[in-house]
Ligand binder design. Sequence first.
Ligand code: KIV
Length: 257
Amino acid sequence: MNKKILSIIRKKNKTKIVSLSAYSKNVVEILDNYCDIVLVGDSLGSVLYNYKSTREVSLDTMIEHSKSVRLGVKKSLMVVDMPYNTYRNSKEALKNAKKIMSKTKCDALKLEGGKKIHEIIRNLVKNNIPVMGHLGLLPQSAKNFKFKGKNNYEREKILKEAKLLETAGVFSIVLECIERSLAKAITKQIKIPTIGIGASNNCDGQILVFDDLIGLNPINVRFIKKYTNIRKEISKAVSTYAREVRSKKFPLKKHSY
Ligand code: KIV
């Protein structure tokens, strides 16, 4: 097994796993110093392209962003989301997974879903493609964005699916918007790490979208903590630049040839 993946699995019950979603080289060069996992998430569809849903994200878009991210990731595990409609059956999934892996040189892929796709995942793993699972709120197929695990039916289903994905060979599972006691039960009952987003501190690790964490993406969702207001900082810098250009304070002689 890939050494980086093994080291992620070994963190379970020892140290929390730190992950972020990001989409480009310069940002990821910084994140790589602090993260265990960097995900090229298909959240880029809404965060960068203003798409209504991640369903509009294409394979080529994921590949281009991943190539940029690859340039900045040296030590973290690099995972790439397989976009919507690229893994509808085992054959299609394997073809597209091989394409993403070879063009981006990423370490692993993430697929959304449980029962419906566990055989597809099993086949990818059998073909030496490391897979991260994703359960709970599934943006590629969600009809609403409510948290999961409110009733026993939902709880049983998600717990069963987590075990199914573990058996299929995933090395970790993202739990998105899951009620905290369900996240605790899943984390306890499977041997691979759970990575939560809106799924409480009962998970083995956490993931957020970088643009949300720095306040660049102007959304307010309960599970996001904004660690800075980078829009304000950018505004300050750009307004100073604009003022200096207009008042001919920039560029000075030292900026010229
Ligand atoms: O697309 C994404 O960025 C994700 C994470 C938020 C888990 O799937």
